[in-house]
Design a binder for this molecule. Structure first.
Ligand code: ATP
Ligand code: MG
Length: 711
């Protein structure tokens, strides 16, 4: 027997060697689905003599593509390079580059990203005088994408449109398509749709591809959507054999149109398919696997399956309750440090979180402790666009003209936020302002205060911007530093812009920046806005760790299909994981998807899994954090938890919604109904630290509580 096959168990081997029928593998996490795909490809090439380029394997991400290529090279050597391993999008690009001219596209057609899409719509907003606040780009683009994936063309969309909004969007759709076709460009949806159309319409193109491919494999099949599935079917010729593998419990992309029904109904479409179930997990130890199984069992909408593992190891799941978002990363960093010192390479360690904003506190501590890290599939916190914008607003507001020796340092900040949100100050105007600044030897902001020789409209726009900044500066003393950021983002219209664009993730990141300021204040109560900004600048200047031996930081979505010796699942808090927003918007179905996501996260761990959360105040949730409800679903016996199950704390609402102006300042004299008079010595996150009479001492109090009043 071939050496690869020798390492497989019986059902795995059957899956790898059943080559005269279509095959469907339905199996839980870590049961060797991806490994079977690779063994099968190796078997086809080495034992059966199939030419490598006649084999296609579709993976979910580029990272998975690379990993599969590398692992296959280890197995069979250079032949692996000729096997067609790619994501579905790259495959479609390939198909369209070859024969897209049949649909009227040039060989080098342009692939449009989100910005390009907006550029197409922009002139129509202008021409038709459409208010972008009422009809944001993101909604128009979302509508277009929905129509496209539903197979509705602009004419039909026009007929189906109900009410003025849909009619307007349908008009946008018509113009967008006309313009796109004129440019002979494609957006991401088009890549799939046009490849499908080409294969459907052009029999010879379809047959050419079908003749090229004898064996087609699809990994992570539980997350394909109907269009992708259709493409796979079109590529599968009468003699080709399809092998799909997936785990319905790991469907985590339904929000993007994935449908678990496709894998479940596969045998209706391919009646002669062989279904193979794998139930031995080779990745994780018993505590990790059993706990993961216990969590996913809480989903009602699922097919029961049980996985077992024979892997030795009785290390229980390490549950870590931490005080706040400083202690949590410190605790994790200490553990990582110890594990590394004991010989575990950094690349075997992953920190996983539900949403991107969570990376901030961990990046901060990893840098401080000198542990190298890399963020997978995303930018580092301070490199994110909205964080840069927010810091530029702060820089503008912190600026005191007379105190700054380099008055031009402000220009970059002005340029960055001048049209964020849009204030219709065009590139030509900005150029003129810059010219003036150079001639008059003053900075851009000074020019905007007093623009000379420019039209009234421009002068008014400049005045509007300057008035905003002056207004923001004037209120600086009214807020604690972290609330000042919130106020700026509100007053400048920045939050509104993000809301209109449905960019809730970016809002979460800004709330996290508030968290950052509060945390720094806690460590250094004398910190000022100026010193904070200096610290951040130093922090972001630091050399990048991105290459080499690094701890991996990523969202759970990005961790799909991967495995690590040690996994730290962090910020396991209610409202964060499960995400409050998803659950509010999507109800029980969304909660079950969050639970599948939790299952994916836990099953990434091979030998050690640590789950942590903290009880600090969250600016995003506007309350103190409590543990995730999923924590209660992990049986205690697989964890190191003390006998009592952690219970969600009663939620302490610290602040009222809306504008939260702290009712007094640091240094103010206040009166408490019970403690008497005292002096506010610190204000942070709606918590006032007050020094009372020596018999009472120092107390931390809710600054908004009616028992506390300014004298
Ligand atoms: P996921 O659902 O997370 O994608 P999977 O089902 O694709 O998981 P793999 O990643 O293929 O699982 O396998 C999990 C781990 O178990 C890998 O390290 C793999 O090498 C190992 N493994 C799988 N089958 C065997 C086997 N028969 N003998 C030894 N190790 C195995
Ligand atoms: Mg896999």
């Amino acid at each position: 027997m071939n050496s690869v096959l020798a390492t497989l168990n019986a059902p795995q081997r059957e899956a790898a060697t059943t080559i005269d029928r279509h095959v469907r593998i339905i199996a839980g996490a870590g049961s060797g689905k991806t490994r079977v795909l690779m063994a099968r490809i190796a078997y086809l090439i080495e034992e059966i003599g199939i030419y490598p380029s006649r084999i296609l394997a579709i993976t979910f991400t580029n990272k998975a593509t690379n990993e599969m290529k590398n692992r296959l090279t280890d197995l069979i050597g250079d032949d692996a390079r000729i096997v067609r391993i790619s994501t579905i999008h790259s495959l479609c690009v390939r198909i369209l580059r070859e024969d897209g001219d049949r649909l009227g596209y040039p060989k080098a057609f342009v692939i449009m990203d989100n910005d390009d899409q907006r550029q197409i719509l922009r002139p129509f907003y202008k021409e038709w005088n459409i208010d972008r606040k009422m009809y944001p780009y993101a909604r128009a683009i979302g509508y277009i994408s929905d129509c496209k994936t539903a197979g509705v063309d602009p004419d039909e969309a026009m007929k189906l449109a109900m009410g003025p909004t849909q009619e307007l969007f349908a008009k946008f759709y018509r113009e967008y398509e006309a313009k796109r076709k004129e440019m002979k460009a494609m957006d991401f949806d088009d890549l799939l749709l046009e490849a499908r159309r080409l294969l459907e319409k052009e029999k010879d193109v379809r047959e050419k591809w079908q003749k090229r491919l004898d064996y087609i494999h699809v990994d992570e099949f539980q997350d394909v959507d109907p269009v992708q599935y259709h493409i796979v079917r079109l590529l599968t010729g009468p003699d080709a054999k399809l092998c799909v593998v997936g785990d319905p419990d790991q469907t985590i992309y339904t929000w993007r149109g994935a449908s678990v029904e496709i894998i479940l109904r596969f045998d209706k479409d391919f009646p002669d398919c062989k279904t193979i179930v794998l139930n031995q997990n080779y990745r994780s130890t018993q505590p990790i696997l059993n706990a993961s199984n216990a969590v996913i069992r809480h989903n009602k909408d699922r097919i029961e399956k049980e996985l077992f593992t024979e892997l030795p190891g009785d290390r229980k799941i390490d549950l870590q309750e931490c005080a706040d978002d400083n202690e949590e990363p410190l605790t994790i960093a200490r553990k990582i440090h110890d594990a590394h010192a004991a010989g575990l390479p950094y690349h075997d360690i992953a920190i996983l979180y539900r949403s991107n904003f969570s990376s901030r506190a961990f990046e901060r501590i990893l840098r401080k402790t000198g542990i190298p890290y890399r963020i997978y599939g995303g930018l580092r916190f301070y490199d994110r666009q909205e964080i840069k914008d927010a810091l530029c607003y702060l820089r503008l507001c912190a600026h005191k003209d007379e105190a700054d020796p380099d008055q031009f340092s402000l220009d970059l900040a002005v340029l960055r936020v001048i049209n964020q949100p849009r204030r219709a100050i065009g590139a030509k105007t900005i150029e003129k302002l810059q010219d003036q600044a150079a001639k008059r030897h003053i900075n851009l902001y000074e020019v905007m205060k007093d623009p000379q020789g420019l039209g009234n409209a421009v002068v008014n726009k400049c005045r509007g911007f300057v008035e905003l900044i002056e207004e923001l500066r004037a209120h600086r003393a009214d807020y604690s530093l972290e609330d000042y950021l919130d106020y700026i983002m509100d007053e400048s219209g920045y939050y509104r812009m993000l809301k209109e664009n449905n960019e809730e993730d970016r809002i979460d990141n800004i709330k996290e920046l508030q968290q950052d300021i509060a945390q720094n204040l806690r460590e250094d109560p004398d910190m000022t806005l100026e010193t904070y900004l200096q610290d951040i600048a130093l922090f972001t200047d630091r050399e990048d760790d991105q290459a080499g031996e690094c701890v991996n930081l990523m969202t759970v979505h990005a961790a799909k299909g991967l495995e690590f010796h040690s996994v730290y699942l962090v910020n396991f808090n209610e409202g964060i994981f499960p995400s409050a927003r998803s659950v509010q918007e999507g109800g029980n179905a969304a909660l079950e998807e969050e639970r599948r996501l939790c299952y994916v996260a836990m099953t990434r761990a091979k030998e050690s899994l640590c789950i942590s959360w903290n009880g600090g105040y969250s600016y995003m949730l506007e309350q103190n954090k409590t543990p995730s409800r999923f924590l209660l679903e992990i049986p205690k016996k697989w964890t190191n938890a003390p006998q009592e199950k952690p219970k969600p704390q009663p939620q302490m609402l610290l602040r009222a919604a809306g504008h939260r102006r702290v009712p007094f300042h640091k240094g103010d004299l206040v009166e408490h109904t019970v403690y008497g008079q005292g002096v506010v010595i610190r204000l942070e996150g709606g918590v006032a630290t007050v020094a009372f009479d020596h018999t009472v001492g120092i107390k931390k109090l809710n600054a908004f509580h009616p028992s506390l009043k300014k004298v």
